[in-house]
Design a protein around this ligand. Structure first.
Ligand SMILES: C[S@@+](CC[C@H](N)C(=O)[O-])C[C@H]1O[C@@H](n2cnc3c(N)ncnc32)[C@H](O)[C@@H]1O
Length: 232
């Protein structure tokens, strides 16, 4: 599958999707979180997107708070120049957009649901960053794509039992293909904790409890997998 660039020009959104219309970005309807501009539900562009585009069907319908946990972690552990970052299950893409905005890195946003990309596109434009997108399920991410990336990130992406299995397989493949770090955040769902337990045993991963600043009010866990640990 070909990755597409979202750069505020032709974003690859549906022809009918109003996210191509720059005039609809209204500064009064945005939240500032971790230096990111995020559309409020009242934002005219968001309202237009909801009218014109199909609704994301796998919960990619908002920014989920686990994204803020990872942003806070990354603020304290910045990415170095040239890292190639892939966000898994990106939804509106704010986590990947955060990386592109704050660090000198390349970002690919991936999701199984193509309907999330107009929302990610509009946020990329609002935050003046370039990211690429690719519609792909965890299990279908190609070897080549994994080899091309140093860091995989994901927030609140392990919410069904089958996703535990898909992500376990993806993590193993990614580490074997040389991905250097995988960072996942989650509010503490049992499906995620099972994945974390497996990764701790097999890859020497660390599960870190985290509570973010009151403003974003997120709490849960980060799973930090640093390449192939001693348990592999
Ligand atoms: C709860 S949302 C989280 C979105 C985003 N990470 C955030 O924190 O705001 C879960 C996302 O995972 C995506 N997703 C679900 N199953 C997937 C799969 N098998 N492969 C890739 N993406 C998937 C959904 O489309 C959705 O965008």
């Amino acid at each position: 599958m070909t990755a597409r660039v979202l750069d505020g020009k032709d974003q690859g959104a549906e022809e009918t999707c109003p996210s191509k219309d720059r005039r609809r970005i209204a500064p009064g309807h945005v939240l500032d979180r971790h230096g990111l501009q995020i559309m409020k539900h009242t934002h005219p562009a968001l309202r237009s997107l909801r009218k014109a585009c199909s609704t994301p069907s796998l919960h990619g319908t908002q920014v989920w708070r686990s994204s803020y946990m990872l942003m806070e972690y990354l603020a304290a552990h910045p990415m170095s120049r040239g890292q190639r970052v892939m966000e898994l299950g990106c939804g509106w893409g704010l986590l990947g957009i955060y990386c592109a905005k704050h660090f000198p890195v390349e970002v690919l946003l991936t999701d199984a649901d193509a309907e999330v990309f107009p929302y990610a596109e509009t946020h990329a434009r609002l935050n003046r960053v370039q990211v690429r997108t690719e519609q792909v399920r965890f299990e279908a991410i190609s070897e080549q794509r994994l080899r091309e990336h140093d860091i995989l990130l994901g927030a609140d992406i392990c919410f069904w039992p089958e996703l535990t299995t898909e992500l376990r397989r993806l993590i193993e493949r990614a580490l074997l293909l040389g991905v250097r770090q995988i960072l996942l955040a989650d509010p503490g769902r049992s499906t995620f904790l099972r994945l974390a337990d497996d990764c701790e045993r097999r890859f020497g991963a660390r599960l870190v409890p985290l509570k973010t600043a009151r403003r974003t009010g997120a709490g849960g866990h980060l799973l930090i997998i640093d390449g192939l640990g001693t348990g592999a």
